[in-house]
Ligand binder design. Structure first.
Ligand SMILES: [Zn+2]
Length: 237
């Protein structure tokens, strides 16, 4: 089992929404979990008179509480403007530094190849998260960091959530409830997702559970990298 896990989300509540029950399970099994939230979530309201800055501040508080509920150790906010995230050199460099610092064995990120994904921040966060993985393991990226003793780090396992073609299901029967509790802590989002949305999460988890014969599951695209090789789907590890 991975000892150190890092999740990259675009907005506060993404990681809870798409992978919250899995993160809660990993935490219960003893993993050290770091959440990285790329944007400030400042546009996450349908009320036109919302103060964006105030909302962003509130959402950071909510995110910390939700991370706590999942059992995550730390939350890192990158603070980019909601809705304007780009998988640019700066974002990739910041993520690379985080990977090399926290040294996760398992990375959870958006699947940037998800067809018909309508939120550009989700695509950008996934793209940057995966590109930074490559930069993190290749020592010739950011050679100036050598003086700061930030050594290269290879993340060997990826679980992409919101996956276009899932190939890995995690039994979350014991932690779906923790996910729902964490989601409820994002109080500013109750107009965005409501009881119907929660019911949708449960229905989806039940359908995913049927794939592997358990009550509830979350679905991922799992990619394992061994040395320079990407292990083909279906290979026994
Ligand atoms: Zn989102």
């Amino acid at each position: 089992m991975a000892k150190r896990v890092l999740g990259v989300g675009a907005h506060p509540d993404d990681l809870e929404w798409y992978a919250g029950a899995t993160l809660a399970r990993l935490a219960r099994e003893g993993a050290e979990i770091t959440l990285v939230i790329c944007t400030d979530g400042g546009k996450g309201s349908y009320a036109a008179n919302t103060d964006t800055r105030q909302l962003a501040t509130q959402r950071a508080v909510e995110q910390r509480a939700a991370a706590n509920a999942l059992g995550a150790q730390e939350t890192v906010f990158l603070g980019y403007a909601d809705g304007e995230l780009e998988a640019n050199a700066e974002l990739k460099k910041r993520l690379t530094e985080l990977y090399r610092t926290y040294r996760p064995e398992l990375l959870l990120a958006f699947d940037p190849w998800k067809r018909y994904e309508l939120h550009p921040d989700h695509i950008a966060a996934g793209r940057a998260a995966l590109d930074a993985r490559l930069a993190a393991k290749m020592p010739l990226y950011y050679p100036d960091w050598r003086d700061r003793h930030i050594d290269a780090w290879a993340i060997c396992e990826l679980w992409l959530f919101n996956a276009d073609e899932p190939n890995h299901w995690v039994d979350v029967s014991a932690t779906l409830e923790a996910q729902q509790r964490a989601l409820a802590l994002h109080r500013s989002q109750t107009t965005v997702w409501d009881n119907a949305a929660r019911a949708w999460i449960e229905t989806t988890a039940r359908e995913n559970g049927q794939r592997i014969g358990v009550q509830f599951a979350e679905a991922f695209r799992r990619i394992v990298i061994e040395g320079a090789l990407v292990v083909a789907e279906g290979t026994k590890l």
